[in-house]
Design a protein around this ligand. Structure first.
Ligand code: GDP
Ligand code: IMO
Ligand code: MG
Length: 473
């Protein structure tokens, strides 16, 4: 008898079905001592996690796509369509915001977990747009599951995001530079406990409508000029409810079955990044979710003991979109070169990304929080033309070294960075497909990073395509 059968406590009868499966119970008086239960439980299938180790846009989409080729399930656990993940397959550039990048693997199930905030028009538009680009998305609806506990981002959340940014600008002289996708306001509704979830939308629409109006009124009371089309949005949501219903699942049970059932490869695609994490990032210039490893457990219902390998994605230099301190930023020719060679424009907002040298203090801090098993180092090819390359290795304030990454943004703005200068290789690495073929200076750059972080580099990216990822071990 499968262990699921112990979940309901009904004496000797067939209990109410769980996700359509009958649950048969043993009579209570006949329960035998199961000797195997006395040994500690060992996880069966562990999840492999891919996380951003800087300020986002490290190339997570590409790494996930690579690993997703033989995955059974690919999950998103946090964030929303503030993320923009690019995957290039057969020269077609797909961009994903809410859909896991693994949706391109026709044999895998894509899963959007409870920790994600979903803007429904955004989700369906994203699918339509990618469907027009190539064959990769065909049949996506058949392989997508969405947790019934995920919260919904409404159009008025996005409008509120814009108003809050304007207010910050007026009151404090600067804003956060959000993506205006309604992420902060939607997570605020979740924390304030008046948010609405997928399970609300696909249940009794009348009840949903009532709660929706109350939530809209709540925001209207705060922002009287808020442009809310309650009637129009409700009509649209009713249509989305029908499209959504077949995709909705009990996310906790779905993950439990995947983790404890027959062998399965489960991949988690982190969105945003460590330094944008609401707890560990450069607060307040952060997003509103946990983009570090803890978000995998809370955003999917994965017990910590089921977390396996955690891969950190590190860009060979540093970029940041939006506002906030950036110690190794190069507001000069070097920054311009990285920006133009790296085509550093935001996938979600089209904004120009700020660029600078690789900051290893920051990546080491991300490693402290995430415990990376190994690193995927991306965009090494962008450094190909540089005669020398600098790497940030220590922060100092008033000449005194800081032991770690500071919490206080005033301190971070004041740090001076100690750099190590490494020789460049000044030749193209784009066609290189093995570590040994890389120029010695590029090998040295990689070894320097490993040595500083005490974490192995497992992959090195030298181009946009799947093929241009060198595997080291
Ligand atoms: P994500 O948000 O972490 O998934 O990253 P983005 O997709 O926002 O940004 C990364 C950009 O770099 C995308 O345009 C990728 O196609 C591109 N990219 C990823 N890896 C490499 C690489 O190794 N070399 C080059 N030249 N481009 C890369
Ligand atoms: P991926 O997954 C880069 C940044 C925004 C802004 C701050 C808050 O593609 O790496 P939000 O809209 O989340 O409230 O904005 O966070 N930001 C990102 N920057 N890549 C991302 O995602 C980001 N997601 C959020 O630019 O500064
Ligand atoms: Mg991105």
């Amino acid at each position: 008898m499968a262990s699921d059968d112990n979940m309901a406590n009904v004496n000797g009868q067939e209990a109410a079905s769980l996700n359509g499966e009958p649950v048969v119970k043993r009579p209570r008086e006949n329960v035998q001592q199961d000797v195997s239960l006395r040994a500690p439980r060992e996880p069966q299938n562990k999840v492999t996690v891919v996380l951003g180790a800087q300020w986002g846009d490290e190339g997570k989409g590409k790494v996930v796509d690579l690993l997703a080729m033989d995955a059974d399930i690919v999950c998103r656990c946090q964030g929303g369509n503030n993320a923009g993940h690019t995957v290039v397959v057969d020269s077609v550039e797909y961009d994903f915001h809410l859909l896991p990048s693994g949706v391109l693997n026709k044999k895998a199930i894509s899963f959007i977990g409870n920790g994600v905030v979903i803007h429904l028009p955004g989700l369906f538009e994203e699918a339509e747009k990618n469907l027009r680009k190539g064959k990769g998305l065909q049949g996506w609806e058949e392989r997508l599951k969405i947790s019934d506990r995920a919260h919904i981002v409404f159009n008025f959340h996005q409008a509120v995001d814009g108003i809050q940014e304007q207010q910050r600008q007026q009151q404090e002289g600067k804003n956060l530079g959000t993506t205006k996708k309604g992420i902060g306001p939607a997570y605020s509704s979740k924390a304030a406990r008046n948010g609405l979830r997928v399970c609300d939308l696909v249940s009794d629409f009348k009840v949903f409508e009532e709660k929706f109006r109350m939530l809209a009124d709540h925001f209207l009371a705060m922002y009287p000029n808020l442009n809310v089309d309650i009637k129009g949005e409700l009509k649209q949501l009713k249509e989305y409810a029908e499209k959504l219903r077949p995709l909705v699942t009990d996310g906790v049970y779905f993950m439990h079955k995947a983790l404890t059932g027959p062998s399965k490869k489960i991949l988690v695609e982190g969105a945003n990044a460590a330094l944008l994490d609401i707890d560990f990032g450069t607060y307040p210039f952060v997003t509103s979710s946990n983009c570090t490893v803890g978000g995998v457990c809370t955003g999917l219902g994965v017990p910590p003991s089921y977390v396996g390998r955690v891969y950190g994605v590190v860009k060979a230099y540093t970029t940041r979109v939006g506002v906030g301190a950036f110690p190794t930023e190069q507001d000069n020719d070097i920054g311009d070169l990285l920006q133009s060679r790296g085509r550093e424009f935001g996938v979600t907002t089209g904004r120009r990304r700020r660029c600078g040298w690789l900051d290893l203090i920051l990546v080491r801090y991300a490693h402290m929080v995430n415990g990376f098993s190994a690193i995927a180092l991306t965009k090494l090819d962008i450094l190909d033309t540089l005669p020398e390359i600098k790497v940030g290795v220590a922060y100092k304030v008033n000449g005194e070294p800081l032991p770690s990454f500071p919490a206080n943004m005033d301190v971070l703005t004041r740090v001076s960075v100690d750099y190590e200068t490494l020789p460049g290789w000044r030749c193209s690495t784009e066609t290189v497909r093995s570590f040994e073929e890389l120029p010695p200076e590029a090998q040295n750059y990689i070894r320097f990073i490993e040595d500083f972080l005490q974490v192995p580099v497992k992959w090195v990216g030298v181009g946009k395509s799947r093929e241009s990822m060198i595997k080291l071990f």
